[in-house]
Design a protein around this ligand. Structure first.
Ligand code: 6PG
Length: 253
């Protein structure tokens, strides 16, 4: 894999705009080259600005929604209409406001017991996996980063043997009062992507950003270090506060 590209933007608004531009570029390229755009969304507060932009002009009308298939990096084990559902959040802010076919939304069924939700989501992913491959070749995976260094629902100190072969696994972790039971894509699935974009905003993330990108390699402690697509690229989109503890040469604009 190529080394990660790191971009620092002035603030959250600039970061969200840059993410929307990149989303559009990749979506159009994928639609042109493969006749479909496979995108993976994350939950949390950070992508809200991006979702709102994509639901507004000019993005709403410029995106190839018919060819877009939407997946989730992780899901909290709650029903889709629960305020804690990642799917529900994306529907409220974005997907109910654009002309994406319902059949193109591939959610993990958070209302089911975690193991069953993981199995059903893995089966949905298999429908998009080419013969001989382990996971779909997502065109774009959007990820966030927790203050503790987690990404998707890959939490510090948690690594399972199943991850060697599974695309989806269950996870359990308490973080900021959010639902603890979750299902998540594994690094194996995320690393099949053509591009992974981390969106990170705020000073409370600066320590995790610096440790992940510039600290010693310790993927058990800093799970985002496990994201390294074999044939794809990783882009870190930071705002100035999140980049605040990176060594100066990495803090380029
Ligand atoms: C989730 C996410 C998770 C998120 C981080 C960052 O389900 O919560 O997918 O991995 O990206 O927790 O969350 P914030 O953007 O709210 O800081």
């Amino acid at each position: 894999m190529q080394s990660p590209q790191i971009y620092t933007h002035a603030d959250y608004e600039a970061l969200s705009h840059a993410a929307a531009e990149r989303f559009l570029l990749i979506a159009r390229q994928a639609a042109r080259m493969y006749d479909r755009f496979l995108v993976v969304l994350s939950g949390g507060g950070t992508p809200e600005g991006l979702f709102r932009l994509l639901a507004s002009t000019p993005y709403r009308d410029a995106l190839p929604w018919n060819q877009t298939h939407v997946f989730w990096a992780d899901e909290r084990c709650v029903p889709p209409d629960d305020p804690g559902s990642n799917y529900g959040q994306a529907v409220r802010l974005l997907l109910s406001r654009v002309r994406v076919p319902k059949a193109n939304l591939h959610r993990a069924p958070g209302e089911r017991p975690p193991a069953q939700a993981a199995a059903e989501y893995a089966a949905a992913l298999r429908e998009f996996t080419l013969p001989g491959e382990m996971a779909p070749r997502f065109d774009l995976v959007l990820l966030g980063l927790g203050e503790d260094g987690h990404t998707a629902s890959l939490f510090p100190g948690q690594m399972s043997a199943e991850e060697e072969t599974a695309t989806v696994e269950v996870a359990s972790a308490d973080y900021q009062g959010r639902p603890a039971q979750r299902v998540t894509l594994t690094p194996l699935a995320i690393n099949a992507a053509r591009e992974v974009d981390f969106l990170v905003s705020g000073a409370d993330k600066a320590g995790a950003v610096a440790a992940t990108l510039a600290g010693p390699r310790d993927p058990l402690r800093w799970p985002a270090q496990r994201i390294a697509p074999g044939e794809g690229q990783v882009v870190w989109m930071l705002d100035a506060m999140a980049a605040g503890r990176l060594p100066a040469p990495l803090r380029k604009r």
